[in-house]
Design a protein around this ligand. Structure first.
Ligand SMILES: [Zn+2]
Length: 388
C-alpha cells in the first residue's frame, strides 16, 4: 500500500480498510464466486441462554503485506478462503489504547482502554467481560475461561473493580507456565521452544496470582495427567499449539459458554527473523481454522457459537532507521492502530466487509448484546452488523 505523507491518521486508516476490502473481494471472487456481495443471513434465533462465544485474539498482529495483500494471502489460506466467506469482516478496527500486549488484551476484555503499566502484575481496573457474563447470567466459574500465552496474563480473568472482581471472573490457564511446572524432573531441553515467554524487552515475569489454574486442578478439571500433558507437548511445534490443545480440551470436558484464547506466536517478529514471523502467521491461520472446525464438530458448540478473531493491534512501519518494517509496534502510527476483526456464527452475515471505523473496545458490548448481559461500564458500542 502506498501511503501519502500528507494523509492524516483517519485517512490512512480508511485507506487501509479500503485496501483490505479490495484484497478480499479479489480473493473471494476466485474462491467463492463473489460471495462478498451476498448478504446471506445464516440460520438465526438461537435462544440466548444457549449461546456461546469463542474469542481468539492475536498478541501481535501482522502487516497486510504478509496477510491480506495479494502477495500475503498464501500465508493465510484458511482465513481468506475458508473463514472469510463465512464471516462479517471489519476492515477498520481502531485501537486507541496502549500498544502493549497485556494492557491491550485487557482493554479488549473490559471494553475500556486500560492505562496500567503493561509489564506490571495488576488486574484490569474495569470489569472484564467474564465478570459481566457470570454476574448477570449467574453462570458458574467453569463457564468462562481464558487461555493465555504468558505469565503477564495471569490476572486477565478478573478485575479489581469493587462492584465485580473477586470470585466473579474467568479461570485462567497459562499453558506454558503449567508445562514449566510439570517439567523440572525431566529437564527443559526438549521443550524450550514451547516455553519462551515474551518476545519483547523489558523482559520480566510478574509474580503469579489471580485465578490462574494449577496443574493439580487442571488434572481434575480436564482429566489430563502431568505425564500425558508433557508427552503431548513434546509433539507440538509452538506455544500457540499448546494453547489450542488446552482450549480444545476445555471445550471437550467443560464446554464453557465463554472461551477466550490469546495466541502469541506471531510476536516473534520482535526478534527480527522474518521467516519465524511468517511461520507464526501461518500457524495462527491454521489454528483459527482448527478452532472453528472444533466448534462445528462438537454438539455442545455447533450451531450456537459465535467466534470472533482479532489481533490486539497491528504492526507499525517502524521509523527507526535500523528497523525492518515488520518487527515492532512502538511508533503508535495508524498502521499499528488499524487492525481487523472477523465474526462468524449463527445469524452472522457471511462474506460481508464492513468499512466503517469501529474500535477494539466495541467487542465487549457486542458480546453483551449477543449473550444477553450488560457491559454497563464498557466504553464501546455494540456492533450493529453483528447484533441486529
Ligand atoms: Zn509485541
Amino acid at each position: 500500500m502506498r501511503l501519502n505523507r500528507q494523509m492524516n491518521a483517519g485517512d490512512i486508516a480508511r485507506e487501509i480498510a479500503w485496501s483490505r476490502r479490495e484484497f478480499l473481494r479479489g480473493a473471494a471472487a476466485v474462491v467463492a464466486g463473489g460471495a462478498t456481495t451476498s448478504f446471506a443471513r445464516a440460520h438465526t434465533s438461537v435462544a440466548r441462554n444457549r449461546q456461546k462465544a469463542v474469542v481468539v485474539t492475536f498478541g501481535g498482529g501482522a502487516r497486510d503485506e504478509e496477510t491480506f495483500a495479494p502477495d500475503g494471502q498464501e500465508n493465510i489460506p484458511n482465513l481468506v478462503q475458508t473463514l472469510f466467506p463465512q464471516s462479517t469482516f471489519y476492515a477498520q478496527v481502531i485501537n486507541r489504547g496502549i500498544l502493549g500486549h497485556y494492557v491491550a488484551t485487557a482493554s479488549l476484555a473490559t471494553g475500556v482502554y486500560e492505562t496500567f503499566n503493561n509489564f506490571a502484575a495488576v488486574s484490569p481496573h474495569n470489569p472484564t467481560v467474564f465478570e459481566y457474563f457470570r454476574k448477570d447470567l449467574r453462570r458458574r466459574a467453569t463457564d468462562a475461561w481464558v487461555v493465555a500465552p504468558s505469565n503477564g496474563f495471569n490476572r486477565i480473568g478478573e478485575s479489581d473493580h469493587r462492584l465485580y472482581g473477586a470470585g466473579l471472573g474467568a479461570g485462567v490457564i497459562l499453558p506454558k507456565h503449567l508445562l514449566a511446572a510439570a517439567l523440572p524432573s525431566q529437564g527443559l531441553g526438549n521443550y524450550e521452544h514451547l516455553l519462551r515467554d515474551n518476545y519483547e524487552a523489558p523482559f520480566n515475569t510478574p509474580a503469579l496470582a489471580g485465578n490462574e489454574v494449577e496443574m493439580e486442578r487442571l488434572h481434575h478439571l480436564l482429566k489430563l495427567s502431568v505425564t500425558d500433558f508433557s508427552a503431548h507437548a513434546r509433539s507440538l511445534a509452538s506455544p500457540d499449539e499448546l494453547s489450542v490443545y488446552i482450549a480444545r480440551r476445555l471445550m471437550r470436558e467443560l464446554a464453557p459458554s465463554l472461551l477466550w484464547v490469546t495466541l502469541h506466536d506471531i510476536d516473534i517478529a520482535h526478534s527480527g527473523a522474518y521467516s519465524l514471523y511468517i511461520d507464526g502467521i501461518r500457524r495462527s491461520d491454521r489454528l483459527c481454522a482448527d478452532i472453528w472446525k472444533t466448534i462445528q464438530s462438537d454438539p455442545e458448540y455447533a450451531g450456537k457459537t459465535t467466534m470472533f478473531i482479532l489481533p490486539d493491534f497491528g504492526r507499525d512501519a517502524d521509523t527507526d532507521p535500523g528497523g525492518n518494517g515488520f518487527q515492532h509496534h512502538r511508533t503508535g502510527d495508524p498502521l499499528s492502530r488499524t487492525t481487523w476483526m472477523m465474526v462468524m456464527g449463527p445469524g452472522i452475515r457471511q462474506g460481508v466487509v464492513i468499512d466503517r471505523p469501529v474500535e477494539s473496545i466495541d467487542l465487549v458490548p457486542t458480546l453483551g448484546s449477543l449473550l444477553g448481559f450488560s457491559a454497563r461500564l464498557a466504553h464501546g458500542t455494540p456492533l450493529v452488523e453483528v447484533v441486529s
